[in-house]
Design a protein around this ligand. Structure first.
Ligand code: MLT
Length: 258
């Protein structure tokens, strides 16, 4: 069995910890706007999941799971002396946040779920994950960016956001993206967990998210007792990157209440 790994991270600010988990196929840099905007209210820690960003692996053909990613986060929290944290994940990072909740719930002060979903993949979705894994291995990350990149953006993405997005795609090794894709194929359905989540929850979702439509996300959030749902105007699938001020204001209001 693969052992949990202490991950690379970037941090800003002081106080209670807020751990950020990136989506696919990104890295910690997607949270740069949150690190600078929220440093006054939290010790903000943005992680690179294994194989991503600075958490490089020697193996070129690794195998991942959402559970393994979650255990890596717990190991990283041990490493940096954080017992409990607000856990914030976007998309695949949200799947990891759900796995973290199942496996390490005593370490969760609150959950912040961004542009994600609770359901597992359908059979068609699973087949799509296998195609993605094959595509990146055969044709590389540029092709995946051309196919997927435009679908991640909302109504008014800045050049800076588009450049960073592309950069993160191209910085992800194809073997890592393939392993992410297969790990997402195999992820558990988190829907049965929703009713039992008993920590404060903020669900932030771009109202122009093309990959995960906002109405479905709102309906999912309604299954979590007391959850706050905030639709980000004009935000796509990477709403906190695109609409940083709006997202940071919502996050600050949520975090200050606790
Ligand atoms: C992500 O942004 O992490 C992915 O779009 C998630 C997914 O493909 O399910």
């Amino acid at each position: 069995m693969t052992e949990p790994l202490a991950l690379a991270y970037e941090e800003r600010g002081s106080g209670p910890a807020l751990v950020f988990i990136h989506g696919f196929p990104f890295d910690r840099r997607m949270w740069i706007g949150q690190l600078s905007g929220l440093a006054k209210v939290r010790r903000c820690v943005a992680l690179d999941l294994r194989g991503h960003g600075l958490s490089q692996l020697e193996e070129t053909d690794p195998t991942f799971s959402m559970d393994l990613f979650a255990d890596d986060i717990a190991a990283t929290m041990d490493d940096i002396g954080v017992e409990q944290a607000d856990i914030c994940g976007l998309s695949m990072g949200g799947y990891v946040a759900f796995a973290f909740w199942r496996r390490h719930r005593a370490r969760v002060r609150s959950l912040i779920l961004c542009d994600t979903k609770s359901e597992a993949d359908s059979d068609e979705g699973k087949a799509g994950r296998e195609k993605t894994a094959q595509l990146v291995k055969e044709q590389g990350m540029e092709t995946l960016y051309e196919n997927l990149g435009p679908k991640l953006l909302g109504t008014d993405p800045s050049d800076e956001v588009q450049e960073l997005l592309k950069d993160m795609f191209l910085a992800t090794p194809p073997g890592v993206a393939a392993a992410d894709s297969l790990a997402m194929r195999d992820r558990a359905d988190s829907t049965p967990d929703l009713a039992g989540i008993d920590v404060p929850v903020l669900w932030l979702h771009g109202d122009a998210d093309q990959l995960m439509p906002v109405d479905g996300a709102r309906a999912t959030a309604e299954k979590i007792p007391g959850a706050t749902f905030v639709a980000v105007p004009g935000g796509g699938h990477v709403a906190p990157m695109e609409q940083t001020k709006f997202a940071n204001d919502a996050l600050t209001e949520f975090l200050k209440k606790k």
